[in-house]
Design a protein around this ligand. Structure first.
Ligand SMILES: *Cc1c(COP(=O)(O)O)cnc(C)c1O
Length: 397
């Protein structure tokens, strides 16, 4: 009997503190949110720049809807490729300084599309142990040999690369790790890939818009953008495939890959998650174009984030719990047990503060944590309020 066995599994999840429940959000995303009729100070979202409810993005979406409708009714390769999709891709290439960009519906689909198009049975994929689930799923779906290396361990990675006899080698990594907030050593990874003739797929979901003075993401952070920029007509980093998502700091929805024209053109031919799906509503592309402009112009949002990060790190005085070493808006506090992490999250919620507890399998066993994410929409007082509550709860526990 199918259903009793599912019910048993749900009971097991409950007993292990692993059963997940969705809460209903009744407001726009922001520093303050309304859930089930109550207002909370929220440290949950990936809306790092506070753009998800910005009037300029809303206006762009509204006027695009008035002009082009809501649904586009077909895939990109039939007749769903709107002028707004086209303009967004041009804007994304200009924004990132890479020769060309291809817009995908979501980051999950972009990763499936990129990896399965570029790697097959004769190839090998090397992946950081803490990569996002979408990169792992993509690797499994590709049927390539799948080799995971310990988090950020480039010595092991180099050994595996050197030992590989596979036709094409793909190193895939989060640029900013989504549950730890640390940053991959991109220059060293790139050098490794160049030495071993491997392609580097960088997933900058949490760096795009946030890292670098101009928000260009991890490549700007490491000063690598000039290597990709014109006047070099072909990029000096032919081993790099840059991918980022647009539902986080950009505040809207979607994702893109950027690189040489041959790459994006190849993906149009071969990326199944691009080909076999309806194109996204063009109004999202209009909102994204407005978002790129704000990311570019409003540098105060990144400055505010830096202040908030510094302030949180100074104010937290933890003994038993551990604030992870992170310079990004993702500031995880390791609690350890699933039950305690859940309990702390629950007490905070009773006090009107929303911080998600992240448990296995999203993070390794024994490393359940609070994942604090900061946004330019927060104030210094918001962060002080959170730090005071955490300091008090830890010493009371
Ligand atoms: C969120 C995320 C994705 C998935 O992007 P979506 O647009 O939400 O599907 C992919 N990779 C990383 C590292 C992410 O954090």
């Amino acid at each position: 009997m199918l259903f009793p066995s599912l019910a048993d599994e749900l009971k097991d999840l409950e007993a292990a503190g692993l059963r997940r429940h969705r809460r209903v959000l009744e407001s726009p995303q922001g520093a303050r949110i309304v859930v089930d009729g109550r207002e909370y100070l929220s440290f949950c979202s990936n809306d790092y720049l506070g753009l998800a409810n910005h009037p300029a993005l809303i206006a762009a979406a509204q006027s695009a809807a008035a002009r082009y409708g809501v649904g586009v009714g077909a895939s990109h390769l039939v007749n769903g490729h709107s002028v707004l999709h086209h303009e967004l891709e041009v804007a994304l290439a200009a924004f990132t300084g890479l020769p060309s960009a291809l817009f995908f519906s979501t980051g999950y689909m972009a990763n499936l599309g990129i990896v399965t198009a570029l790697a097959g049975r004769d190839d090998e994929i090397f992946a950081d142990k803490l990569n996002h689930a979408s990169l792992n799923d993509a690797a499994l779906l590709s049927r390539a040999r799948f080799t995971r290396y310990p988090h950020l361990d480039l010595v092991v990675l180099e050994k595996r690369l050197a030992a590989s006899r596979s036709k094409r080698k793909l190193v895939v990594t989060d640029a900013v790790f989504s549950m730890d907030g640390d940053i991959a050593p991109v220059p060293e990874l790139l050098a490794l890939c160049e030495r071993h003739d491997a392609l580097l797929v960088l997933d900058d979901a949490h760096g795009f818009g946030v890292l670098g003075d101009k928000g260009r993401g991890v490549l700007e952070h490491f000063g690598l953008l000039s290597r990709c920029l014109p006047p070099h007509s072909s990029p000096l980093t032919p081993h790099l495939i840059y991918m980022a998502t647009l539902g986080k700091a950009a505040g809207v929805f979607g994702a893109f890959v950027a690189g040489p024209v041959e790459l994006t053109d190849y993906l149009v031919q071969r990326a199944r998650s691009y080909i076999y799906t309806t194109a996204t509503p063009p109004l999202l592309s209009a909102a994204l174009a407005a978002s790129l402009k704000l990311i570019d112009e409003e540098t105060w949002r990144r400055e505010r984030l830096r202040e908030l990060i510094a302030s949180l790190r100074q104010s937290l005085k933890l003994q038993r719990w551990r604030l992870m070493d992170s310079t990004t808006p993702i500031q995880p506090v390791i609690i350890g047990s699933n039950q305690e992490a859940l309990a702390v999250s629950e007490v905070l919620r009773e006090r009107g503060i929303w911080v998600p507890a992240i448990r296995p399998p999203t993070v390794p066993k024994g490393e359940a944590r609070l994942r604090i994410s900061l946004s330019a929409a927060h104030t210094i007082e918001d962060v002080a309020h959170l730090a005071a509550a955490l300091n008090e709860l830890e010493s009371a526990a």
